[in-house]
Write a protein that binds this ligand. Structure first.
Ligand SMILES: Cc1cc2nc3c(=O)[nH]c(=O)nc-3n(C[C@H](O)[C@H](O)[C@H](O)COP(=O)(O)OP(=O)(O)OC[C@H]3O[C@@H](n4cnc5c(N)ncnc54)[C@H](O)[C@@H]3O)c2cc1C
Length: 383
């Protein structure tokens, strides 16, 4: 299937004032970006896009003004995200820093650590999250990477896996066990680690869709000073829950992109010639994405209580990830044989990639456990 609809200058001005402010800035950045990089998805091009956004003051508009953002709430951020989708902007690889690690540093970091925030905005630093391990994914608190306390710092030994942008990131937020004798949730600390620290090596993981967006990280006597500790010693679990809350809430932004993608699909040649039942499925996904977007905006815009925010994020994350898979399946059915001809087809690529959405940031089953325990009062799983 070829997606034919693209944004034009004749599109009506966005009703949101921040989106209206962003549109000409983005057009300017995009025209220079396309001239310099074309449509390549190479890391250097994607990193350069963040640098340009940072220079223009749009590195992370959702951040508070005092740390270099524009203080945008959920609704305004989503309106701006729609602008990015509208011009088919490059993937924003700084997202792990801007959406997850950056807000965590802002919440728990020392003044020295907060220096990283401006580097994230400017695209001088790209952060990844070293949480999952070969035997610790859903059961993250079972992680075994050791952060031995040496007096002047920590000596890290262990392995991480599925580290998004881990091949190119400059820094990593690493979870390590700093008290092996404490109960498993209690002996973990969060450490801020430059990726060029001696002893840290990375290997690519090739995925089913042909890309290698993940790395495995190996830590062999990697030393960081005490200044690397983010939040209190042994309280990394609390720090991480904040990071994961930020991450899950972030999917609402992707829901906005889904709305835009369905709109483009709806205008494609394939839908014009599709059977009524396939067209109904496109509409179903559109309706689902819109409802999810509105509910997410409403839920997240008014929540200050972190537990309630966590519940809302889990609901949104679960609903969105399932919907994005339905979208990919409709796209594959519209594409017909193209979809199974090979991963070069956009529909096939999307279909294969969509399988990850119910795993990333916590699987659907884990989201259900959270809802079951917190909302329905079901007995907690033994941990
Ligand atoms: C796109 C993507 C990006 C990612 N990026 C990162 C990253 O940047 N950094 C990082 O650290 N990790 C990252 N991950 C890893 C991700 O966090 C883990 O894959 C995820 O937490 C699941 O862990 P696992 O793969 O070990 O599966 P497992 O935990 O082994 O789960 C296997 C299956 O068992 C089910 N299951 C497990 N426990 C329970 C339970 N208690 N109740 C019911 N069912 C259960 C799961 O739902 C799943 O179906 C990423 C993953 C993806 C797909």
């Amino acid at each position: 299937m070829t997606i034919t609809a693209t944004a034009t200058d004749a599109d009506p001005a966005p009703p949101n004032r921040y989106a209206a402010e962003l549109r000409p800035v983005l057009q300017d950045i995009m025209s220079r970006h396309r001239e310099r990089w074309g449509a390549t998805k190479e890391w250097d091009a994607l990193a350069d896009f963040q640098r340009e956004l940072g220079k223009a003051g749009w590195g992370a508009p959702q951040w508070p003004v005092e740390i270099g953002g524009r203080g945008l709430g959920v609704v305004d951020t989503l309106a701006c995200d729609t602008e990015f989708a509208r011009v088919n902007a490059p993937q924003r690889v700084a997202v792990f820093g801007t959406n997850n690690v950056g807000p965590t540093i802002n919440t728990f970091g020392t003044d020295e650590q907060k220096v990283h925030l401006s580097a994230i905005l400017s695209g001088d630093e790209f952060w990844c999250q070293g949480f999952s391990e070969p035997d610790a994914g859903s059961d993250l608190a079972g992680l075994r990477t050791r952060g031995e306390i040496t007096g002047d710092g920590f000596l890290i030994n262990g392995q991480k896996v599925w580290t998004s942008i881990g091949l190119n990131a400059t820094h990593c937020m690493v979870l390590a066990r700093t008290d092996p004798d404490a109960p498993k949730h209690a002996g973990i600390s969060a450490l801020l680690v430059p990726m060029d620290t001696p002893g840290l090596t990375r290997r690519p993981i090739r995925q089913i869709n042909g890309e290698a967006e993940f790395a495995e990280l190996f830590f062999e006597d990697v030393f960081v000073t005490t200044g690397a500790l983010l939040g209190p010693l042994h309280e990394g679990w609390r720090v991480t829950m904040a990071t994961l809350g930020f991450e899950r809430a972030g999917v609402i932004s992707i829901a906005g992109k889904l709305v835009d993608d369905v709109m483009k699909m709806a205008h494609s040649d394939a839908v014009a010639g599709a059977s009524p039942s396939l067209r109904h499925r496109v509409l179903d996904v559109y309706a689902g994405a819109r409802i999810l977007q509105w509910m997410g905006e409403r839920a997240l815009a008014n929540i200050n209580d972190p537990v309630a925010a966590g519940t809302a994020s889990s609901l949104i994350k679960q609903a969105f990830s399932l919907l994005s898979q339905r979208f990919a399946e409709v796209g594959a059915d519209l594409a017909g044989m193209d979809a199974i001809a090979g991963i070069a087809s956009e529909a096939a690529h999307r279909l294969l990639t969509s399988r990850a959405s119910t795993i990333a940031g916590g699987t659907t089953e884990v989201m259900k456990n959270i809802l079951g325990e917190r909302n329905l009062g079901l007995p907690r799983e033994p941990r």
